[in-house]
Design a protein around this ligand. Structure first.
Ligand SMILES: Nc1ncnc2c1ncn2[C@@H]1O[C@H](COP(=O)(O)OP(=O)(O)OP(=O)(O)O)[C@@H](O)[C@H]1O
Ligand SMILES: Cc1ncc(C[n+]2csc(CCO)c2C)c(N)n1
Length: 256
């Protein structure tokens, strides 16, 4: 069984160079308040894509994160590469503005069966090197807010189990740990933890074992309607997880 490493280095001011193979980050901005660390994620990412109304957030909220600079300068500096979605939430003035700056506009209003996040992940998968083993998609505004949207966002990470996708809010992150790998999670305690959870999704998780947690699992069954590991606490710099089922890993993000 292969071992996959995970590390929230994208929350650090500088990406370490000695932390295993470098990841290439893509940033997807959803239509919710931007987390305060959005400029940091933008700096680390190679490509920046807004899901429909996510473009309104970049236009409206990013200038406020740089109160001493001209809003127009900030908007030009933080120009999305593409805006994709069913275009029912982006304002016309915002669409016109970014079209004028040369942003690619991908209107998929004919597709009312997949979410805007799904459309953006599909675009990244198909347009960037699909075999890119070190591609990691960071998604802002994915948690908190409307529960149907939150569940839709979690469903997207389950729809693309072989891609690294991390759902983010100001308070926490969520990623999928596919059962076909063992997982080694490097904890950056300056920016994340200690609260964490391991949650089965869609099925009973028959056997899960962990190390590095206050309440470790030892071939333990988890299921909705029974045990799921919430309000757990990270105790070591490395957490390991192995399971016979895909699990969601979630960890709190520290406020500074
Ligand atoms: N309140 C929210 N909570 C979590 N995610 C959200 C929320 N609002 C939007 N999103 C995410 O941002 C994406 C783009 O948002 P947008 O408002 O453009 O979507 P939408 O499909 O028009 O939504 P609606 O269901 O309101 O028509 C959504 O697909 C969803 O992934
Ligand atoms: C069973 C079922 N439930 C809901 C929708 C609606 N829906 C799901 S994704 C989407 C696009 C949002 O931008 C919309 C409208 C559907 N099509 N099928």
């Amino acid at each position: 069984m292969s071992l996959t490493s995970h590390s929230s280095t994208f929350l650090l001011p500088n990406l370490p160079t000695d932390d295993g193979p470098a990841l290439t980050y893509a940033l997807v901005i959803l239509n919710q308040s931007l987390p305060k660390f959005t400029p940091l994620l933008w700096k680390h990412a190679k490509v920046h894509i807004c899901a429909d109304g996510g473009a309104n957030r970049v236009f409206d909220e990013l200038p406020g994160m740089f109160p001493h600079e001209e809003a127009s300068e900030i908007r030009k500096r933080y120009k999305p590469y593409a805006i994709k979605g069913d275009m029912d939430s982006i304002r016309t003035d915002v669409l016109d503005y970014y079209r004028g700056l040369g942003t690619m506009i991908i209107d998929e209003s004919q597709d009312q069966d997949t979410t805007d996040l799904n459309k953006c992940v599909t675009y990244i998968r198909d347009s960037l090197n699909p075999e890119h083993p070190n591609l990691c998609i960071l998604v802002t505004g994915a948690l908190g807010g409307r529960f149907d949207h939150e569940m839709g966002n979690i469903n997207v990470i389950c729809c693309f189990p072989s891609m690294r996708i991390i759902l983010l809010s100001d308070d926490s992150l969520i990623q999928l740990l596919p059962s076909k790998h063992h997982h080694k999670i490097h904890i950056h305690s300056s920016v994340e933890g200690p609260h964490c959870g391991l949650i089965p999704i869609g099925m009973v998780a028959g056997r899960t074992s962990t190390t590095g947690l206050q309440w470790n699992l030892d071939n333990t069954e988890m299921r909705f309607g029974g045990l799921v590991s919430t309000s757990n606490i990270v105790k070591e710099n490395i957490v390991t997880v192995q399971s016979d089922s895909d699990l969601l890993w979630t960890i709190s993000i520290k406020k500074d």
